[in-house]
Design a protein around this ligand. Structure first.
Ligand code: NAD
Length: 285
C-alpha cells in the first residue's frame, strides 16, 4: 500500500479521492486549510513552504504519488487567491515534494486542470505567459484590464492553462519522467462539488453555467472523477506521461471536435526538429 499527498482533501474531488485511497488501504496525507493532516494556506508563500515541510516530515521522505486538487473557482473578487492557489499551490508543492516522489521510483502525480482551458474564449496569451514566468502581479493586472465581468474567469482559466502547460513541460523531462515520476492532468467540466454549488447559488454566475453545453445533459460526480484520479495513480498509468484527460460530459468535444489531434504545422517544424536533436543529444549523455 502506498503513501499519497492529496491537496484539497477537505472537500469535493480532493476529499473523494482521499476517501477512496484510504478505503483501498493507502495512507493519505491530506493538505487543506482545515480538517487535514497538514493544515496550511496554499495562497501564501509561507503556507506553501510549511505544507511542503510538513508533508516531507509526515511521509518519511518517500511518496508514491500526489493529487493536487486544492483550488478555487472563478468567483469575482477572489482573483489573487485563485491565482496563488491554482498556480503556485501546485508548482511550489510539486517542486518541494519532488525528492520524495523520486525516492519512490515509480510515483504518479495527478493535477486538477479544467476544461476551461479550452472552452473559455479569448484568454489573453500574455496572461498565460505571465503565470508561467511566475509573475502573478502582471497576470492579475492583465485580467483586471479585461474588465470586472471577465477578470475572475480569465484568472481562473489562465491559471489552469498555465499549470497544465507547466506539468506537460516538466513531465517529459529527465528530472521527472526520467526519475520514474508520471505527471498528468485531469481536466474536469462542471462537477457537483461545493465549488460548483457556490457558483450555482450566485445569481450572476448561475445562468451562464446552466446554459453551458454539456452533451451528456448532467453535471459530473466527484466520486467518479476521484476514480479517474486513482486510476492515474495506479500501474495502469505507467505509460501515461504529460497527458490531459478531459472528463467533461463532452463539452470540449462539442466546441472543438476537430481542433485536436492536429499534425505539426510547417511553422512548428523548426521546433520539432530542435526537439528531435535535443532528445538525441540527451541520450548521448
Ligand atoms: P472544492 O471547493 O469542493 O474543494 C477545493 C478544496 O481546496 C477545499 O477543501 C478548499 O478548502 C481547498 N482550498 C481552497 N483554498 C485553499 C488554500 N488557500 N489553501 C489550502 N486549501 C485550499 O472544489 P472541487 O470542485 O472539488 O475542485 C477541485 C479542483 O478541481 C480545483 O482545483 C478546481 O479548480 C478544479 N475543477 C473543479 C471543477 C468543478 O466543476 N467542480 C471543474 C473543473 C476544475
Amino acid at each position: 500500500m502506498g503513501v499519497y499527498m492529496v491537496t484539497g482533501s477537505a472537500s469535493g474531488m480532493g476529499r473523494s479521492t482521499a476517501e477512496q485511497l484510504r478505503w483501498e488501504g493507502h495512507r493519505v496525507i491530506g493538505v487543506d486549510l482545515h480538517k487535514a493532516e497538514v493544515n496550511a494556506d496554499l495562497s501564501t508563500p509561507e503556507g506553501r513552504a510549511s505544507a511542503v515541510e510538513q508533508v516531507l516530515e509526515n511521509c518519511g521522505g518517500r511518496l508514491d504519488g500526489a493529487v493536487l486538487a486544492a483550488g478555487l473557482g472563478p468567483i469575482p473578487g477572489r482573483e489573487k487567491l485563485i491565482a496563488n492557489v491554482n498556480f503556485l499551490g501546485v508548482v511550489e508543492l510539486l517542486e518541494g515534494i519532488h525528492p520524495a516522489l523520486a525516492t519512490a521510483g515509480n510515483a504518479k502525480v495527478v493535477i486538477f486542470s479544467s476544461n476551461s482551458t479550452t472552452t473559455v474564449p479569448g484568454i489573453p496569451e500574455e496572461l498565460i505567459n505571465a503565470f508561467k514566468e511566475r509573475d502573478l502581479d502582471t497576470a492579475l493586472a492583465i485580467a483586471e484590464a479585461a474588465g470586472p465581468d471577465a477578470s475572475a474567469t480569465f484568472v481562473y482559466a489562465g491559471s489552469k492553462t498555465a499549470i497544465t502547460h507547466w506539468i506537460r513541460t516538466i513531465g517529459v523531462t529527465e528530472e521527472w519522467a526520467g526519475a520514474g515520476i508520471r505527471v498528468n492532468a485531469l481536466a474536469p467540466g462542471a462537477i457537483r462539488t461545493p465549488l460548483l454549488e457556490q457558483q450555482l447559488n450566485d445569481p450572476e454566475l448561475a445562468p451562464s453555467i446552466r446554459a453551458f453545453p454539456i452533451p451528456v445533459h448532467e453535471f459530473g460526480k466527484p466520486e467518479e472523477v476521484a476514480q479517474w484520479a486513482i486510476f492515474m495513480l495506479s500501474p495502469a498509468a505507467n505509460f501515461l506521461c504529460g497527458s490531459v484527460i478531459f472528463l467533461d460530459g463532452g463539452t470540449d468535444a462539442y466546441f472543438r471536435a476537430d481542433s485536436w489531434p492536429k499534425a505539426i504545422t510547417p511553422e512548428e517544424f523548426p521546433r520539432f526538429k530542435q526537439r528531435m536533436a535535443d532528445f538525441a543529444a540527451s541520450l548521448e549523455k
